[in-house]
Design a protein around this ligand. Structure first.
Ligand code: PLP
Length: 814
């Protein structure tokens, strides 16, 4: 894009602190981490309930960004950059997007509804791509922020738009309507998702329909309830599988692995085959068929293209590769917009110094090849990619634009040469459009482990972090506990995200955990809760901060500090207030003051204690006593030593149940990972980890036959049994077996049959439609970690941290 700054200023009605306005802006950014930020970027400092991007401005100015949309000018920066002052930076972003959209005049499809938006959008893009230069929302960018960013991606070569809009409460859709300005509307369906934001279903319907106030046609499933809410002058184009009065009537037949739709439309009667059998996919196809009919596509083209539809994978996945590589798998799309997103994602994963990109031809950018690949080359350079592998005829022609590029005509050629490419110790982004079948490359590069994975949703972690932040007083600092491999979820990835969110401290249990984080480039201060004396040397070497809880530890640390002539080395003093685990007792404090007042080697960064029972209401008096004792004991130390350290005592349930005990900092643990022992709070958290596996084998056994060791299960009916390659060595408690627990197969509960083995378990799939190789969910939303903990008489902490290291962790963002 290239827009005059003065037009932007007018469109968002900003006050400015500078006068040269003849300049142009070429990128809009809301992400401080994006390396596409440059001197022609306009950065919108968005503010949410729990985050405020104004904190990144100083850092961005140092990186050369000059233009900022702000709701206030941060202190002392006034003279250092150009500020566009507005009341509400999100509204400004939306207003600009709306202005920008109005510069273009071509058909635009706006899609909303409770389910299927993204899939319908992706499929329509696939169906229309041969005939149009389509711009579409990347991924599932359908929010108040995502929609403006999507629309801003339009360039002068596009001639068709497809954007999705998602809302969660009243009043949001009219903003999105203004930004998308759809000419064709699609309403996928109205389900019960996200109901919290609405008083009732009619309010929700009315709000969604606001997207369609100015469309020339609205495509929807014929439905009396919805039609009653529709403005009379909106023209509809409806389908149904029941009501013959609909404009298009579908009759469907489902077979083993495909379905057939018989379509009746006016005089036209024809059939399409679809490579899907589930209800939801069929509905999505119907919306696509109506769109094609409305756009006057021929019966033959519809049949041909619909038969080619494919499952949509929208997520960027981070995987472990062999030879210590990290893979970012985005092997299903290759448009320019999503390449930008993927490169930013790569930027944030800087675990390895070396970065490689495997890239196929890019389709439908709306640009000429020359211009497109010049832009790609700029991206590649600004993201410091060390080597590029071009696959495909077109991209290969431009390989000289990329530094250090190798080209291949086809994916097969690449695979033949694979052994000689020596991938090792690097982060590799795999980005290709579907027909290049880059999944074959991914499976070559992937570390060979068994097929069980723990998927970690990074968006959910951010959500949970922000939820707990919103409970804190503005001045309260936040330490996040990433001990025990981030409660089983992987510490580096999570620490990286926490660093971005600017938490104040990380907490680990042992020095080794902290050292790993340092080595991987985490710069946040790290407190080590249980530093063994043998690790003091390396603690100092890596600048970790030990928690000191005994005289023995203190004396040993002071001795080393003396030898190394350290000055004011930060330490943390732990006080025992009733947990009776680690810490100084009240009567030890005078001696502690005595010792510390004579040492300049260390400085007390913080004083802490730990609550033993903050999650149990019956122990409220005990907990309040702990808090009072902590207040007294820490005050004694502060007076005795004349210091003013950070004080902290609350863990997750302390934050929730004792808001008055935040002192100067809190220590968030399990809540970050989406687990609460309180049902109201649980409903506010997003679940982070999903443990998945696959079916290895299916067999049917007769009445009287048994399953697993010691024949603990005997069939009382003909039973279909599926074997899953996960067992107690992976962390699945045997108590969860023998009819107590279940897994989810095809969204249905499959009870565990007999004993759980070391590496496998068997489940009952008699009434479930499933196949060998099919996916199984061990835990996630259902069953939740809490459900399993209850049934096996333990706590969620133990379940999370028991998942063994051989289970691969895969991180993703939605
Ligand atoms: C683990 C731990 C926490 C975090 O506890 P959660 O209950 O997971 O929030 C806080 N402080 C200390 C000392 C811990 O060991």
């Amino acid at each position: 894009m290239s827009v005059l700054l003065k037009d932007i200023i007018a469109s968002i009605q900003a006050d400015i602190n500078f006068d040269t306005v003849s300049e142009t802006i070429n990128t809009i950014s809301i992400d401080s981490r994006s390396s596409q930020n440059n001197e022609k970027t306009l950065f919108f400092a968005l503010v949410g309930p729990n985050h405020d991007a104004h904190i990144y401005i100083e850092e961005l100015i140092n990186k050369g960004i000059r233009y900022f949309v702000v709701n206030h000018v941060p202190q002392e920066l006034e003279s250092k950059a150009n500020f566009l002052l507005v009341e509400d930076t999100l509204k400004a972003l939306q207003d600009f997007a709306s202005y920008y959209r109005s510069l273009f005049h071509f058909p635009v499809i706006g899609i909303t509804g409770s389910n299927g938006k993204t899939i319908v959008k992706e499929w329509l893009n696939f169906l229309l791509a041969p005939d149009y230069n389509v711009i579409r929302s990347p991924k599932s960018y359908n929010s108040q922020v995502g929609v403006p960013l999507s629309v801003i991606g339009i360039n002068e070569h596009h001639n068709f738009g497809i954007f999705e809009a998602g809302i969660s409460t009243v009043g949001e859709m009219s903003h999105l309507q203004q930004i998308i300005k759809p000419t064709i509307g699609i309403l996928t369906n109205i389900g019960s998702a996200h109901d919290e934001g609405f008083d009732n279903i009619s309010q929700k319907i009315k709000e969604k329909l606001r997207l369609f106030t100015e469309v020339e046609v609205l495509i929807l499933n014929k439905n009396k309830t919805i039609e009653a809410f529709l403005n009379k002058n909106i023209k509809t184009f409806t389908w149904s599988t029941q009501d013959r009065n609909a404009d298009v009537f579908f009759q469907k037949n489902t077979y083993e692995d495909y379905s057939e739709l018989n379509i009746t439309y006016n005089q036209l009667c024809f059939k399409v085959n679809i490579p899907f059998t589930d209800e939801a996919s069929l509905e999505n196809v119907m919306h696509c068929v109506l769109t094609l009919l409305y756009l006057k596509y021929s019966q033959e083209t519809i049949q041909e293209r619909i038969a080619e539809l494919y499952p949509v994978e929208m997520r960027l996945k981070v995987k472990n590769g062999s030879n210590n590589c990290t893979l970012i798998d985005d092997s299903y799309s290759s448009d320019f917009q999503s390449l930008k997103i993927a490169l930013d994602f790569l930027e944030n994963q800087n675990q390895h110094k070396k970065r490689a990109l495997i890239l196929s031809d890019i389709f439908q950018s709306g640009l000429s090849d020359e211009e497109l690949y010049s832009r790609v080359s700029q991206l590649i350079i600004s993201h410091k990619i060390n080597r590029v592998f071009c696959i495909g005829e077109t991209v290969s022609k431009f390989k000289n634009k990329f530094l250090n590029a190798v080209s291949f005509q086809t994916t097969e050629d690449f695979i033949k040469a694979f052994e000689d490419l020596n991938f090792a110790n690097e982060t590799i982004l795999i980005k290709g459009s579907r027909q290049f079948e880059f999944e074959n490359i991914v499976s070559l590069l992937e570390e060979k482990t068994h097929e069980t994975v723990l998927e970690i949703n990074l968006n959910a972690i951010s959500h949970n972090l922000n939820y707990f932040k919103s409970k804190l007083n503005p001045k309260t600092k936040l330490m996040v506990m990433v001990k025990a491999f981030g409660y089983g979820s992987g510490s580096y990835e999570i620490a990286k995200l926490l660093a971005h969110h600017k938490v104040d401290y990380l907490g680990v249990a042992f020095a080794d955990e902290g050292i790993e984080l340092c080595k991987a480039g985490i710069e946040l201060p790290i407190m080590v809760m249980n530093p063994e004396m043998t690790s003091f040397q390396s603690i100092i070497q890596y600048g970790l901060e030990p928690e000191i809880y005994s005289f023995r530890g203190l004396k040993a640390f002071l001795k080393i500090a003396e030898e190394k002539k350290l000055e004011n080395y930060p330490i943390h003093i732990k006080i025992n207030t009733g947990m009776n685990r680690l810490g100084f007792d009240t009567e030890m404090l005078p001696e502690l003051v005595e010792i510390l007042s004579h040492s300049k080697r260390v400085t007390i960064k913080s004083i802490l204690s730990h609550l033993a029972s903050s999650d149990v209401p019956e122990h409220k008096d005990f907990t309040l006593q702990q808090i009072t004792d902590f207040d007294n004991d820490s005050t004694y130390l502060m007076k005795g030593l004349n210091i003013n350290p950070i004080r902290h005592i609350c863990n997750t349930s302390g934050i929730s149940n004792y808001p008055g005990a935040q002192f100067d900092m809190v220590r968030l643990g399990i809540g970050l990972y989406g687990v609460s022992n309180e049902s109201h709070e649980q409903s506010k958290l997003e679940h982070v980890g999903t443990l998945k596996s696959v079916i290895s084998q299916i067999r049917t056994i007769e009445i009287g036959e048994s399953v697993s060791y010691v024949r603990r299960f005997i069939a009382t009916r003909k039973t279909k049994v599926a074997t899953i390659p996960i067992g107690y060595a992976d962390g699945i408690s045997r108590l969860w077996g023998s009819g107590v627990g279940y897994v989810l197969v095809n969204n249905k509960k499959a009870p565990i049959l007999g004993s759980i083995c070391m590496d496998m378990l068997m489940v009952d799939v008699t009434d479930i439609n499933c196949f060998e190789g099919g996916e199984v969910i061990i835990f996630g939303k259902d069953p939740s970690v809490n459900d399993i903990a209850k049934a096996t008489n333990t706590i969620p902490y133990e379940i999370l941290t028991s998942i063994s290291a051989r289970v691969k962790r895969v991180f993703y963002r939605e």
